[in-house]
Write a protein that binds this ligand. Structure first.
Ligand SMILES: [Zn+2]
Ligand SMILES: [Zn+2]
Length: 80
């Protein structure tokens, strides 16, 4: 007891040293990546490649953003 909860640094599963925070353009999920990425997973990437992207207008601020044709988000990344 106690040792497992004392995770620090690289032993911590939430450790994200050097990684940047991104928002998946398809599902809107937050994720971390060392390189600039648009999608949280291969699944999202291939879904978008398969379906193609469209520009949608954000319901909140009216700004256009890119999302998938099917099941895309309705808000731009500022409101995720
Ligand atoms: Zn995603
Ligand atoms: Zn917006």
């Amino acid at each position: 007891m106690g040792k497992n909860t004392d995770q620090k640094g690289k032993n911590n599963p939430n450790w994200r040293g050097g990684k940047k925070k991104y928002t998946c353009l398809r599902c809107g999920k937050l994720f971390y990546s060392y390189t600039e990425s648009k999608y949280c997973s291969c699944e999202c990437y291939y879904e978008v490649k398969k379906l193609g992207n469209i520009l949608k207008q954000c319901l909140t601020c009216g700004k256009e953003f890119e999302t998938s044709k099917v099941g895309g988000r309705v808000y731009c990344i500022r409101f995720v």
